[in-house]
Design a protein around this ligand. Structure first.
Ligand code: MEV
Length: 292
């Protein structure tokens, strides 16, 4: 490794097909990787750690030592270097195809790609569990109490069945199934949504536990349906989740409208995905040609 050599890491964004929010509280979640990725380059530098982000043509640099420990990428960098026993300084360059703050896992993809790039820079093999643990440190700075599903998809790719504390199960989806993601463009903070959902648990614990158990069962049904290509069952479970998430206040006028348009245009299932609250993105089980 020389001062100017750069090592790279890449990771995909994600959509949650079923089980968002409930997964934070112990339910299964079904999630799949997007065909949009984050690419991170890491190189040793002589001055302070530096994070350069180039997303959709914009770029900014962060050199502020005050940001240390709070800016998630800096946390990820510091934890990874400390794991490696290194006190070097690095410059990280992030190039992302994933819209951020949209429920599409951009922060997790950045965290995973950052750890991978720094590990490669130091010639280290990338163990998935270590990658997960280190990437989660940065994620906790942003999201408070994330389940880890976003990080797991960014590491494993493909389609996974995830539960907190367990190695994800890799699924083999029927290749005929098609999912389409629409982005509302309304950004929001996942941490706030996680907190809001956790309040329901505190207020009505028995009711909430029953919901978590149901979510587990419905996600199992969705996982079986995705592997067997049972589009009706998968669509029905997605529609069920959309109703439940809307009931908890996670839909907005815009996303409700997107869901309605897609269902009336022939989609078998449509739902908000990720943290919700307009935020952003919508997942559709395809069977429509055009969304207007
Ligand atoms: C965010 O992509 C998914 C949530 O379930 C939070 C989490 O699992 O960490 C809302």
């Amino acid at each position: 490794m020389t001062l100017h050599s750069t090592a790279f890491g890449e990771a995909p964004g994600k959509v949650i097909i079923t089980g968002e929010h409930f997964v934070v509280h112990g339910s299964l979640a079904l999630a799949t990787a997007l065909d949009k990725i984050v690419k991170v380059g890491a190189r040793i530098t002589e001055s302070n750690h530096e994070v350069i982000s180039k997303t959709s043509g914009t770029s900014f640099k962060i050199r502020d030592p005050e940001a240390k420990g709070t800016f998630p990428s800096l946390k990820t960098i510091e934890r990874t270097l400390s794991f490696l026993g290194s006190n070097e300084r690095v410059t990280i360059t992030i190039e992302s195809e994933i819209p951020n703050a949209s429920g599409l896992g951009s922060s997790s993809a950045v965290a995973v790609a950052t750890v991978a790039a720094i590990m490669r820079l130091h010639g280290k093999d990338i163990d998935r569990q270590i990658l997960f643990d280190l990437a989660m440190e940065g994620e906790m700075v942003i999201h408070g109490n994330p389940s880890g599903v976003d990080v797991a998809v960014a590491i494993y790719g493909g389609t996974i069945l995830f539960k907190r504390g367990m190695v994800p199960k890799i699924l083999e989806p029927d290749p005929q199934l098609e999912l389409v993601v629409g982005v509302s463009g309304i950004r929001r903070k996942t941490s706030r949504m996680i907190e809001m959902f956790a309040k329901v648990r505190a207020e009505t614990p028995h009711y909430f536990e029953a919901m978590v158990r149901s979510s587990d069962s419905f996600t199992r049904i969705a996982a079986e349906a995705i592997e067997s290509g049972n589009i009706e069952d998968l669509g029905a479970v997605m529609n069920f989740y959309n109703s439940v998430l809307s009931y908890f206040g996670l839909g907005t006028k815009d996303t409700d409208k997107m869901v309605d348009i897609c269902l009336s245009a022939g989609a078998v299932g449509a739902k908000i995905t990720g943290a919700g609250e307009g935020g952003a993105s919508l997942l559709l089980l395809h069977h429509i040609s055009v969304i207007t």
